[in-house]
Every structure is written in structure tokens, then in C-alpha cells.
Design a protein around this ligand. Structure first.
Ligand code: AMP
Ligand code: TRP
Length: 331
């Protein structure tokens, strides 16, 4: 039996190279080894309601689904669906809510950084990890391929599953493990290498991120103006954060060994590294963009994949939800 993999991306902001190398590329790469379920987590996206305009939101949801396929997710090998199409996600989240100590939620770093002292934020923002735990646990997931920033959320899902299995042994929830890539798990902003490349910052700040749908000239501009330092060191272990970020991206995209990369770029001035990285990025994104445009030309095809995906997802999620319901004593 193949191990089950589940993951998702929120349809907010602008999907970027960090999302690709940290998450989606890993999903695509290991498709043959796993039983794969990939979800566009649209219910998570509305935890920041001010970011949501219904028309844009709808378009963004379909864009992310099309990008999954364009990045190499093969619907013959993977189930692709929209979270809101499978009601069990919300239903499971309610049961999990009632079994989650509030203190666990207040401790989550994402909530603390997004909410700050603002008591006006939606309750969904606090509850975000519970819905994510529901996503993962509904599919008896073995592994969750994500970037490093999601580690705490997966630990939360593990802790919650363990707690529930003690309270209700018949629930038999599977304990999931994170699957974090050895390189590319934390791509930093090009304009500020001390901050993670982020979809929301990318929306408003040119030069912060490389969008998966950016034109070659935009990609070139962003990389050529990436923040580096005044030296010419291109050694992985001693490079400053800006150069290290460029080196890491080059390593991930070129599949070359570190020694080869260092021999090529060390002591050369960063222009050479930047130009070579532009080539790698453009070369990587070109086929993805071509496929994306093909897919957006045939919306019926995407619609059919998503319907079919939701059907399969529902059949798995329904059984797990029912198992927990019964274990808790519901009639
Ligand atoms: P999000 O943008 O928060 O919806 O993230 C979607 C997926 O991309 C998650 O698995 C994240 O861990 C991953 N991810 C987001 N930003 C980065 C980044 N800067 N570097 C690597 N992975 C990332
Ligand atoms: N929180 C994740 C992110 O922002 C998205 C997500 C929601 C997710 N549910 C998930 C990722 C389940 C993996 C598994 O990136």
C-alpha cells in the first residue's frame, strides 16, 4: 500500500517560486511513490476576509487549481479538488474544535503574527490550525509535503490526533508526519532576505517575489535587483543571507552539486550568479506557464477534474468523519 500524501495551498495573493520549490514541486516529483490528494484550501483563504473580493476570489481559486496541474500534478495520479466542495472539512473541523484546548490555538505563531493585538480579526484566523488538522486527518494522511513555515501546524495536527485517540480510541486517527524538502523549504524575499518570500507581500511589492506567472522581463528585473552585499563570496556556508538565497535557488533549480556551483560563481561578482539564476528560473517557469494558458483555455476540462476530485475526496473524508462521529457516540 502506498503512503497517503495530502497538501494544499491557499488561493490568496500571488503564487510564487517559494510555493513551487517548497511545496508543489515536491508534490509533483513524488507522485508515483504515493497516493496523492491535493486540495485548494479555499476555506482557509477567507480567514482574512478583507483580502477577499468575490470575483477575484473565484478567479484565484481556479488559478491555483490550474497551476497545480501546470506544475505537473497529474490528475490520473493525484486527486485534485477544492476544499469547500467537500463538506466534511467543515464538519470535521467542528468536532475537532470542541476537542482542542483554546490555549493550543493562542500559542500558534502564525496567529500571533497575523492577529497582533487586533481583537477585530475573524475567529477563523484563530481556528485556522483546527481546519488544517481536519484537512489532514480526514484522509488518514501519512505525510504532508509543505515548506518549513508549516511545521508547527502539522505538529498541532499530530498532537490533536493523539489527544483524540486517547479520548476516543475507536477514532483511530492516523498520526501524520511533515515532509519538508532538504533544499528550498524556506525561500526568502529577494528585496529582503531576512523575510520569507510571501504571497501577501508579493501582491503589493514589486521585486519581493517571483510569481509563477511573471513574464521573463519581470523575473529578470526582480532577480537582477535582488539584495546582496558588497563582497563577491559565493560559498554556501559563509554567504550573507541575500547571496545564500540566490545560491539555494540556483541549487534547487539547476540540480547541480554545491561544489560545482561554488566553482562557477565564487569570487566573480554577483551579476554572473544573478544572470544564471534568471536563466534557470525562466527555463523552469516557461513550460509551466504554457501549460497554464492551455488549461485556462479549456475551463470545462478543469471543472471536470475538480468534480471528479471532490467525489473521490468525499468518499474518503466521509468514512473518516463517520468513524469519529461514531467513536464520540453520535447517533
Ligand atoms: P501559502 O503561501 O502559505 O499558502 O503556502 C503554500 C505552501 O508553500 C506551503 O506548503 C508553504 O509551506 C509553502 N511556502 C510558502 N512560502 C514559502 C517560502 N517562502 N519558501 C518555501 N516554501 C514556502
Ligand atoms: N496552512 C497551509 C499554508 O498556508 C495551507 C494548508 C491548509 C495545508 N490545509 C493544509 C497544507 C493541509 C497542508 C495540509 O500553506
Amino acid at each position: 500500500m502506498k503512503q497517503r500524501v495530502f497538501s494544499g495551498v491557499q488561493p490568496t495573493g500571488k503564487l510564487h517560486l517559494g510555493n513551487y520549490v517548497g511545496a508543489i514541486r515536491q508534490w509533483a516529483k513524488h507522485q508515483d511513490d504515493h497516493d496523492n490528494i491535493f486540495c485548494v484550501v479555499d476555506l482557509h483563504a477567507v480567514t482574512i476576509p478583507e483580502a477577499v473580493d468575490p470575483k477575484l476570489f473565484r478567479a484565484k481559486i481556479l488559478e491555483v487549481a490550474a497551476l497545480y496541474l501546470a506544475c505537473g500534478i497529474d490528475p490520473e495520479k493525484s486527486t485534485v479538488f477544492l476544499q469547500s466542495h467537500v463538506a466534511e472539512h467543515s464538519q470535521m473541523a467542528w468536532l475537532l474544535n470542541c476537542l482542542t484546548p483554546l490555549g493550543w490555538l493562542y500559542r500558534m505563531t502564525q496567529f500571533k503574527s497575523k492577529a497582533g493585538n487586533n481583537e477585530g480579526v475573524g475567529t477563523g484566523l484563530l481556528d485556522y490550525p483546527v481546519l488544517m488538522a481536519a484537512d489532514i486527518l480526514l484522509y488518514d494522511t501519512d505525510r504532508v509535503p509543505v515548506g518549513e513555515d508549516q511545521k508547527q501546524h502539522i505538529e498541532f495536527a499530530r498532537d490533536l490526533a493523539q489527544r483524540i485517540n486517547v479520548m476516543f480510541p475507536d477514532a483511530k486517527l492516523k498520526i501524520p508526519a511533515p515532509m519538508i524538502p532538504p533544499a528550498g523549504a524556506r525561500v526568502m524575499g529577494l528585496d529582503d532576505p531576512t523575510a520569507k518570500m510571501s504571497k501577501s507581500i508579493a501582491e503589493t511589492k514589486n521585486g519581493h517575489a517571483i510569481g509563477l506567472l511573471d513574464t521573463p522581463s519581470r523575473i529578470k528585473k526582480a532577480i537582477m535587483s535582488a539584495q546582496t552585499d558588497s563582497g563577491n563570496e559565493a560559498l554556501f556556508e559563509s554567504a550573507g543571507p541575500g547571496v545564500r538565497n540566490l545560491l539555494d535557488l540556483y541549487e534547487v533549480l539547476s540540480n547541480q552539486d554545491r561544489e560545482v556551483i561554488e566553482a562557477e560563481f565564487h569570487g566573480q561578482g554577483y551579476g554572473k550568479l544573478k544572470k544564471a539564476l534568471v536563466e534557470q528560473v525562466v527555463g523552469c517557469l516557461e513550460p509551466i506557464q504554457a501549460r497554464y494558458h492551455e488549461l485556462t483555455d479549456s475551463p470545462d476540462y478543469l471543472d471536470q477534474i475538480l468534480r471528479h476530485g471532490a467525489e473521490r475526496a468525499r468518499s474518503i473524508a466521509g468514512a473518516t468523519h463517520e468513524r469519529l462521529r461514531k467513536a464520540m457516540g453520535f447517533v
